[in-house]
Design a protein around this ligand. Sequence first.
Ligand code: BGC
Length: 901
Amino acid sequence: MASIAGVEFEHYLPANTTGVQETAPRLSWKIVDAPKNFVQTGYEVELREYGLGSDVSLSTATVDSSSSHLVPWPFPNNKLHSRQRISVRIRIKDEHHVFGNWSEASHLEIGLLSRDDWVCQRITAPWAAELPGPNPEDLFRKGFHVSGSVEKARLYVTAQGVYEAEINGRIVGDQFLAPGWTTYSGRIQYQTYDVTANITLGVNCLGIRLAEGWFCGRLGWEGGHRNIWGPHPAIMAQLEVTYVDGTVQVAGTDESWRTAQGPVRLAEIYDGEKYNATLEIPAWSTPTLEEKSIDETKWAPVTVMPPIPDSITLVAGYGEPVRRVQVLKPAGPVIVTPSGKRIIDFGQNLVGNVRLKNVRAPKGHKITLSHAEVLENGELGTRPLRDCKAVDEYTARGDPAGETYEPRFTFHGFRYVQVDGWPGDLDTNSIEAVVCHTDMRPAGSFACSDDLLNKLYENVVWGMRGNFFYVPTDCPQRDERLGWTGDIALFVSTAVLIYHCHGMLRNWLIDLEIEQTILNGVPPMVSPNSTLADQKWCRKVPCAIWHDVTVIAPWTLYQETGDVAILAQQYRSMMTWMNVIPKNKTGATHLWDPRPFQLADWLDPAAPPDQPWKSHTDNKMMANMFLIQSLDLMAKISALLGKESESRHFTQESEAARDEFHDEYVTKNGRIVSDTQATYAVAICFNILKPEQRARAGERLVELVRKNNLRIATGFAGTPFLCEALAATGHVNVAYAMLLEKECPSWLYPVTMGATTMWERWDSMLPDGSINPGEMTSFNHYAFGAVAKFMYERLAGLQRVEPGWTRCRVAPAIGAEFTSASASHLTPNGTISCSWKTSVASTGVETLELDVSVPYGTTAEVVLPSEDGEHAEVVGAGNWSFRTPIRRDYEWPIPALPPKS
Ligand code: BGC
């Protein structure tokens, strides 16, 4: 009999189910060890409630269904309520209607669902409104007495700003920069912590550090803005202690709390953190201080603020939190620069902070840490950071036993750190880098026989890690780090192959709609919209691709998970966007009005460094291809949601737009007036052309690529589609030639230059090692990394065919000199993987061996080369091996063509 590996709720990871907000969570499970003919014909769910020493069965439900992914909550009479703790276990019925064993129980706890659950008050420091900023952190504290046996203790916290809580001197939870970044004018997240183990009998103390964070710290380029969502930070916390007899004691923030300024003197996202250990207040969050009675000169009464308006919802949120996920040691000895500075190289461009250990320095001694992604002329290359200091400063308390420091209210994008003021010889054992990002579940892997491509894939993964930080950001190091909509629109279909990011992006999309409402339906360029106060940058002008994210991102999440709910959630946002796309009503055009400014194939390598929108590809034409894609997707999405008339409308619109597009831009034979790589790449992948034109367009694309020495000539818009367009029109080896090209612009050029993340520009670093003169130059932007999808799907050969991976295709495109490749993906049904390698026998015959592993509930069409073209076979769950002789009768290497040929 098959068994069940873990029952999961919604899209939550098992570690993140304390304090969720669904009252009827959907359930999923994976079926493992299924015998050959096994079919799930039904399931039984048991719902139990536990707490106060009891664990009772509330209900069971039996459902006849083969579904095991996001099945509806089967207990309509048991909607969950605030603070409820439940467990669920499941057993499934086989094809003979015989039940197997019960699964392990999975636990879930509901957070605070209603504003009425919050009995605490919003508090701030009395000086908060007076200080001009940037402000030091404020500490808040409150002692409380526990006088009996505790069954459970929960701490609920939210903040306008960022916070870290402590109970009795111990940090609570492992979230970094809680409560995270949302559109604070609409939604603020709160966290639920199980602090039962932190509470002791007698006097306890709850302490909270609070700093400005994104809420009121400086954000944005050209100086940016402060106080975007409010004038100063504030905190709301409530500790609920439940005794074994059921009585509940609450210690919530109110006028009885005390506040003092803490040792963090500067807590800026961009400029860094200054920590002065001589200003530490010993035992500030412990009862020891309480017993000594508070020094009223140090600890002031707090200011109670009016409640957060009801128009702002307090939400548990759907995304995983940012955590400290990895520690990296220095990659080599201390570097001494030509000017005599001491620099540590962590060997990896990363996002997070530097941790200092064993600091032995006199009291008041300062150590500074300056961060940068690259070196230039042997020194720290800080120019790309623009108006962002990225410097942390530690002032020692003078402890002879050694001190430790790690920033808590800032983060940096860096590979190198310059350490100034280290007392004595800098020992590499005293310093490490702490990697922080949204703590998502890894979704897949890729490897092949070319080491440089493996490094490229690794760089794509690191680029995603550094830029999935509560929201999907453009870059993590300079004075931006913002949720640029276009970047994720172009990367999202690659992102879902690397990490499970449904929760984080679902959360972000809710905010996107809130921002859209504020701008009368036009989506923001960045979300959360930190440009709102900025007349120059908050353009409120519809912008293709960037704003098409409203359609592209939910569609991609649906494709990845099969969860139609994301489409329903975002449908209004998509429709609003489709209705504000400016079309020339009088001319009855179905295309974009040609006036609005477009970013389109942003960062085309031919564009001048300081005018990245000046692509060789016609911007309006590119905007219109993305419009056609959005219309096509809207027709499908509307149909999936049962909105037939809308679906018909979008089908007609897309046909009309295609016709007009052809009249305006396409020749009968498939030339497109903007005759560039980006144009053909997108036109082919978006099915803009008729079949005969498409073949011709593929040939023209090959020609353009070969005339360009097999190098890339695309920016943001064209790059994700370039290799796929070549492969889809029968030119996979040309795609491979581009992929393997090392001269700039190419994907491997940065790798040969030592890159460890994806760069913003093809030539962020020039071949002579100098930094690109463009003021906008980052070494950690994910957009060009979108090519990893092609590597996964064509080189390794693993492709999703149906939403949720229920049907897949394994079709490795053997080409170039590749001798092996593999990919795996954790799908809703379990892991699917494929791995191929070739070997040449002494007879000279080359054989391809392919291993495929398919989880229960999934079918895979395996396509292999054969004598007469291709051989396809459909397989179900299990491990499968295939062998076939192959012939490499293709042209390789692909020759370049003279540019003028
Ligand atoms: C960001 C980009 C973004 C672009 C659009 C840049 O500064 O880093 O990735 O999409 O601006 O204007």
